[in-house]
Design a protein around this ligand. Structure first.
Ligand code: 2GW
Ligand code: MN
Length: 297
């Protein structure tokens, strides 16, 4: 469904002149394969909103809340309605085993929520990894005429600032907030060759979070299908990657380079200290009591 009309503006719209010289100097705003890295100060929100408004887009957004994780839904949805693609069409797909616990949250204009019941799972690793299979199915046919882009987000999170059309791209990864300044051999990739998520020493670009990724339906379908397949090969070999589907996602992004990267502004951790480069926290993992929300260690 993605039609390329180009990035069109029109006469009579005024915004700051872009500069060929002035930009962020404290961070990289492009990767070595020339994908933009989105930081505050690298885009003009007014201008890109105008450009993307003309494309009449729908952004599907998936979130999973099983068992005690339904407690995160209220803050997640309420904060999303303040900050997430405000003014654009958003369709949330919420997967839960407890539909009766989904809170009533008032949706903004052109935002809607569909709740889908899924079976309860006992092992949390299966919940986390099972997301890939559900997303694979969702992006295969169902959304083809429903949405242009999709983002898949963790639910133990909250929005604090704008997350808008600057994040759209064919394949989008978010740099993990703990590793944006780490050398590649310190990144927590899967290091056992027996796993399909294996990344050898000396390889690796960035460490991407499993808590947020997205892109076009086609690209996200290929991503989720590949990760699901790789995880089932691992399961057949009785091995589980160190950080579950996040490890497989990192392997995928290493050999299928994202076309756009989001800085850790787009996934911080409430418990992290600040960092000089982070001018705004847009989306953040909330502090959670693991012992309380994770019944099956
Ligand atoms: C239950 C026990 C232990 C861990 C998770 C769960 C659990 C997860 C659950 O009972 N119910 C549930 O809905 N989830 C969903 O899985 C929910 O959407 C949650 O946000 C997501 C990932 O689990 P979470 O948030 O506890 O994992 P994190 O924040 O430690 O996340 C990173 O690593 C994970 C894999 O180990 C994932 O890749 C995740 O995307 C990463 O952010
Ligand atoms: Mn999480």
């Amino acid at each position: 469904k993605l039609k390329n009309f180009g990035l069109r503006s029109s006469p009579g719209i005024f915004y700051n002149q872009p500069s060929a010289l002035v930009g962020r100097t404290d961070v990289a705003s492009v990767t070595s394969w020339l994908a933009p890295i989105i930081w505050e100060g690298t885009f003009d929100a007014t201008l890109i909103d105008i450009i993307y408004k003309q494309q009449n887009l729908t952004i599907a957004t998936t979130v999973f809340a099983l068992g005690k994780y339904t407690r995160f839904l209220k803050e997640f949805l309420e904060s999303a309605e303040q900050h997430y693609f405000v003014g654009f069409r958003v369709h949330y797909y919420l997967f839960t085993d407890l539909p009766e616990e989904v809170p009533e949250v008032k949706m903004g204009e052109n935002h809607s929520l569909t709740v889908r019941k899924v079976p309860s799972l006992n092992r949390w690793q299966d919940i986390s990894m099972g997301r890939m299979e559900i997303l694979e199915k969702l992006t295969e046919n169902e959304l083809a005429n429903e949405a242009d882009y999709i983002f898949c987000l963790d639910v133990d999170t909250k929005f604090y600032g704008r997350w808008g059309v600057e994040t759209l791209g064919h394949l989008v990864g978010v740099i993990h907030p703990w590793f944006f300044d780490a050398p590649r051999d310190r990144l927590t990739y899967e290091r056992r060759p027996e796993s399909q998520a294996y990344i050898p020493a000396g390889e690796g670009d960035y460490y991407y979070t499993g808590a947020a990724f997205g892109g076009s339906l086609e690209d996200v379908h290929h991503l989720t299908k590949t990760c699901r397949e790789q995880m089932s090969v691992d399961a057949a070999n009785s091995i589980e990657a160190i950080w579950h589907e996040e490890s497989h996602l990192n392997k995928y992004f290493l050999y299928n380079k994202p076309s756009k990267l989001l800085s850790p502004e787009y996934l911080w951790r409430d418990i992290n200290a600040g960092a000089a480069q982070i001018k705004i926290i847009r989306f953040s993992h909330v502090a959670k009591n693991n012992a309380e929300v994770r019944p099956n260690p």
